[in-house]
Design a binder for this molecule. Structure first.
Ligand SMILES: [Zn+2]
Length: 241
């Protein structure tokens, strides 16, 4: 029988014979676009995710999971600790920790104030409000940079969107639409700026040719440092929220 989509369960996995078993959080997805069963790790939720093509049974998914049990266990154990949006949490904005401060009487949307994230209303709504603030802040920081870099290269983005991809920070579609992870707002401004410049440079060269890197070097000097920062700290940003 096909399981309901998006259900999470915990399953006992033994990575290698003789080692203690691990309670692996597992989410099932059913996709009409999937051609075959696939397995990935969702770093945000800290879960293994099995995607089944429509009509496939879960036995084949479980077999795939058990075959890759060692990989799954290693990936889950390597995840940085999660950082949930809750009162007292230190959420980075531009790489500066901002303490989430809940003040029920604060009217209107959450805002950044004096190194804090000030959130009003019911506490249950706090995570949603913090996320809305960070997304709005990301949009405000990304769009002007994208337009400025685009003007410098003589290109025009079709549209600029915010998303929450799990395996990359940004993308440039063939129609010229640029998409960025809202999580970049947590990175240092020069890293965010590098990622924006990188995607804008793809509007000139849809590849990573020497010409692409030469264009990008006209926009930002931070290629090596930004790649290094994202490699080192990116996994932590994917655990926030
Ligand atoms: Zn690229």
């Amino acid at each position: 029988m096909t399981p309901p989509p998006e259900a999470t369960e915990r399953i006992l996995l033994r990575a290698t014979p003789g080692t203690p078993s691990l309670r692996c959080p597992l989410r099932w997805r059913v996709s009409s676009r999937a051609r075959q069963v696939s397995l990935r790790i969702d770093p945000v939720r800290g879960e293994a995710v099995i995607t089944l093509p429509h009509g496939a049974g879960r036995r084949i998914g479980l077999a795939l999971l058990r075959r890759h049990a060692g990989w799954v266990a290693a990936r889950l154990q390597a995840l940085p600790p999660p950082l949930r949006f809750a009162p007292g949490a230190a959420v980075p904005v531009g790489d500066i920790p901002h303490l989430v401060h809940h003040e029920a009487a604060h009217p209107g949307p959450a805002l950044l104030r004096e190194g804090r994230i000030l959130v009003g209303g019911a506490e249950e709504a706090l995570p949603r409000r913090v996320l809305a603030l960070l997304r709005a802040e990301a949009a405000q920081r990304i769009a002007p940079r994208a337009w400025r870099h685009a003007a410098n290269l003589g290109v025009t983005p079709q549209a600029i969107r915010l998303k929450d991809p799990r395996s990359r920070w940004a993308s440039c579609a063939v129609d010229g639409t640029l998409a960025f992870s809202w999580r970049l707002v947590m990175a240092p401004p020069w890293v965010l700026d590098y990622v924006v410049a990188h995607e804008v440079a793809h509007l000139r060269e849809m590849n990573h040719s020497p010409r692409f890197w030469a264009n990008l070097a006209r926009l930002t000097p931070h290629r090596t440092a930004a790649h290094g920062w994202l490699r080192q700290h990116g996994p932590r940003l994917l655990r926030v929220g």
